[in-house]
Design a protein. Structure first.
Length: 333
């Protein structure tokens, strides 16, 4: 049995009744076709998507996504997983009356039948800051470059840190390292930890600037896409990541099938199909089925949808070693 077949089998016993219909919307054409085709490979990895689940091309524009969703609903789809992009998901949510489980990570989309399935800034912050608090770190500063994701990540860290009882210093928005350490010292001693959630050209310079200052570096799930094992500046850093055991099995199977690593969004596509299979084969393709108390377990880890449209997600926290990563903690749902 393949790794992904084993993962599929672990989703629980399933009824053999003919499932209801559902749809997976992916950008198989247009400017994001390469991404869509990668996600399609993930969605079909274990022989799927399965009876009653249709993969529909959502294109790259909101209008194309609406057309695809309307076609799927007309064909009988009771739940839609996708689209990938926030603007498409918002448009689809206004156009059809079935639950939408978008692969976007934009929490602002949640509500009015839209459920946010992507790994969010809040989920990353909750995982890594929980471990920081458990290990006795008390003061944390967040440093981000200018931009929307940085702002979202900083706001999430501030909120989560306060709930955990951490002392969160004012967010620093920086486009480069100039004056960074002095700015961190402006309120007194350096913080115990610095959270660097955004992966762009600023990340490694930030890490290098802080590597000899005795602060604990913290990162988001965006770090999972990087090869950090040989980078001295990141040694000893902690970052949020998918469940390493379950995700490794998926990633290995995806690599064997495609020659490329899977990545988090590919794992979401695989988990989205599994979600539709479970709900379809138990006759629960409804909002009530989505928000069941026991939640679900996917290759990214455990998750549970809330009636608000947000998703609670358990993540691991990894420490960067000299040539490998070690799991130092995890969160549950």
């Amino acid at each position: 049995m393949s790794a992904c077949e084993q993962l599929s089998a672990q989703s629980g016993s399933r009824r053999r009744d003919r499932p209801s219909r559902s749809a997976l919307l992916l950008p198989l054409s247009g400017t994001s076709a390469e991404l869509g085709q990668t996600l399609q490979r993930a969605a079909t990895l274990s022989g799927g998507p399965g009876i009653g689940i249709e993969i529909v091309d959502s294109g790259s524009t909101p209008e194309m996504a609406v057309t695809a969703a309307e076609r799927a609903v007309k064909a009988g789809a009771e739940i839609i997983v996708g689209p990938v992009f926030g603007a498409q998901a918002s448009a689809v949510g206004k156009a059809v009356r079935v639950p939408i489980v978008t692969l976007s990570n934009d929490e602002a989309l949640a509500g009015d039948r839209i459920f946010v399935f992507g790994v969010t800034a809040t989920q990353s912050a909750r995982a890594v800051l929980s471990i920081a608090a458990q290990r006795g770190l008390r003061t944390v500063a967040t440093v981000v470059p200018p931009g929307a994701f940085g702002a979202q990540s900083a706001a999430a860290a501030t909120t989560v840190g306060a709930i955990l009882g951490l002392s969160m210093q004012p967010t620093m928005v920086r486009g480069n390292t100039t004056g960074l350490v002095d700015a961190l010292r402006s309120n007194g001693p350096l913080p115990d930890a610095v959270y660097l959630p955004v992966v762009d050209a600023t990340l490694e310079p930030f890490a290098e600037e802080l590597s000899n200052e005795g602060v604990q570096l913290l990162g988001s799930t965006q770090w999972s896409a990087l090869d950090l094992s040989g980078r001295r500046a990141f040694r000893g850093a902690w970052f949020a990541a998918p469940d390493p055991l379950r995700f490794a099995a998926f990633d290995d199977a995806f690599m064997k099938a495609t020659g490329k690593p899977g990545g988090i969004i590919s794992g979401l596509a695989f988990d989205g199909v599994e979600l539709l299979r479970i709900l379809g084969q138990t006759g629960q393709l409804t909002t009530r089925g989505l928000t069941r108390d026991e939640g679900f377990i996917g290759v990214l880890g455990p998750y549970r949808f809330k009636s608000s449209g947000l998703c609670e997600r358990g993540l691991g926290v990894l420490s960067v070693g000299t040539g490998e990563f070690s799991l130092i903690g995890s969160t549950s749902v």
